[in-house]
Design a protein around this ligand. Sequence first.
Ligand code: DGL
Length: 289
Amino acid sequence: MPIVQQPIGVFDSGIGGLSVLQALRAELPHEHFVYLADTAHAPYGERSAEFVAERSYAIAAHLVAQHGIKALVVACNTATAAAIHEIRARYPQLPLVGVEPALKPAVALSRTGRIGVIGTRGTLNSAKFGKLLISLQGQAQFIVQPCDGLAHAIERSTALDLSRPEFATEIRAICAGYTSIMGRFGIQSGEIDTLVLGCTHYVFAQNELRDLLGPDIRLIATGEPVARQTRRLLHTAAALTANQPDGTAASAERLPLLLTTGLLTPLQTAAARWLQLPQECCSTALVAA
Ligand code: DGL
């Protein structure tokens, strides 16, 4: 198959990376995506870096071998921190994009210079994140808060009946608990005016966060910059669908293939709820370690 027609692989521990897929589909509507949710092993955030790295290598190998991907987006901060260097070393020719908490954009936007960062324990304890913080030393104050249990609650809210209000209540309570220990949020001097969502799952808790923190606080996610970076890399590799060398028109918009290593129904529910995708897009996958 010509490279331009090959799919772009995207993966996360579960449904969080769907927030990145949403941005990718908006930026690259003619590309075909294969998304893999490693739901059988989610959440990654409270597991060891070695475990997350091994899962990430297995998934990358699966997407390359079974789906012939032309690029890979690691739509998970925790997996990026644990595995991106080694994935790059294993597939030096493959355009590769990871996600990391968007601290630099937050520095540019914050007026008070106090920036909250929420993410998984795995991401925020990683050497990669430590280096990022050091690189911005003196430019702002970062209040860093791991949110154990939040990604899991978001996964659970799609695994069961969405119409039941207790899931929104649980997510809200977890968000309230963590944000309340970070200090005062607001736009006055000394207050946190910007909150970086350093986990792709947390985008799906942004309504709860906005309700809690108020409309003045900026919430910063990474989907759009990641999508733009993916476009740049594909363009450089002459692998964009719209870039067909013979000048033929780009193919019509295609539905993505969504795979899960866990149960199908939660993925179908999340895909319908957040990406308005039909159930037929979803299937199960076996990814051996
Ligand atoms: N969505 C992932 C991230 O961005 C992982 C969440 C988890 O599995 O704990 O870090």
